[in-house]
Design a protein around this ligand. Structure first.
Ligand code: 13P
Length: 249
């Protein structure tokens, strides 16, 4: 069965609650489609107003992070249960900005992935190499290590439901998109890695996105690749252009 495309915006640390509602309003008709899943991953403070603003539309809401404990004395953190109760369906885990600026390691990310599943959230697990790693020729070794570590103890049935986002760090926010060939090659490598850890059924089911300077001009070619099941979009998800990316065909 063909995998359904999933096109998600990662708003990062942008949009105040009132700006978020205004953006939902602007995008509402532009992102309407039956052909792909559309997700807005938004800052924690925007979740409640955005869930309200997209009610009755085709848009699902995602969080950009969660904490791995159920509840308790973890000042400043947000639990999976809180996200679910607020109407969140997806959660980004392991974005390179969190790995880099907030020192989130694979051991922590593995706990977050398991916590997301425990609560019924769908993780969008990010992986990707630095420019230095690409130039050293260790891209796939690095990504396989990330995937294997982050999915330790995660079952095949869970992996079938989740999303993996390949985001080369050098392509994020730089306007420097990976070539279609580079993006397809790594997304296929990730699928092969899933087949090795689990089985071919699981590898065929898991949805793999590309992220890194996706825009209205390059989305169609990227998303047409056999192993690219949509995109995780940063900057361009905050503009009317996101409608063109969602309706890329
Ligand atoms: P840009 O689309 O702004 O390059 O960001 C990509 C990204 O980090 C999505 O998670």
């Amino acid at each position: 069965m063909a995998r359904r495309k999933i096109i998600a915006g990662n708003w990062k640390m942008n949009m105040t609650p009132s700006q978020a509602v205004a953006l939902c309003d602007t995008l509402k008709d532009l992102v309407a489609t039956d052909e792909a899943d559309v997700v807005y991953c938004v800052p924690a403070i925007d979740i409640v107003p955005v869930v309200e603003a997209v009610k009755g539309t085709n848009v699902e809401v995602g969080a950009e992070n969660l904490y791995f404990e159920d509840k308790g004395a973890y000042t400043g953190e947000i639990s999976a249960e809180m996200l679910v109760d607020a109407g969140v369906k997806y959660v980004i885990i392991g974005h390179s900005e969190r790995r880099d600026y907030f020192k989130e390691c694979d051991c922590l990310l593995n706990k977050k992935v398991k916590q997301a599943f425990k609560a019924g959230l769908i993780p969008i697990l990010c992986c990707g190499e630095s420019l230095e790693q690409r130039e050293m020729g260790v891209t796939m070794d690095w990504i396989r290590l990330q995937i294997k570590s982050d999915l330790t103890g995660v079952t095949a049935d869970q992996v079938k439901e989740m999303v993996i986002a390949y985001e080369p760090i050098w392509a994020i926010g730089t306007g420097k998109t990976a070539t279609t060939g580079q993006a397809q090659e790594v997304c296929k490598g990730i699928r092969d890695c899933i087949a090795e850890i689990y089985d071919t059924d699981t590898a065929e089911a898991v949805r793999i996105q590309y992220g890194g300077s996706v825009n209205a001009g390059n989305a169609a070619e990227l998303f047409a690749q056999p192993d690219i099941d949509g995109g995780l979009v940063g900057g361009a998800s905050l503009k009317a252009d996101f409608g063109k990316i969602v309706n890329y065909k």
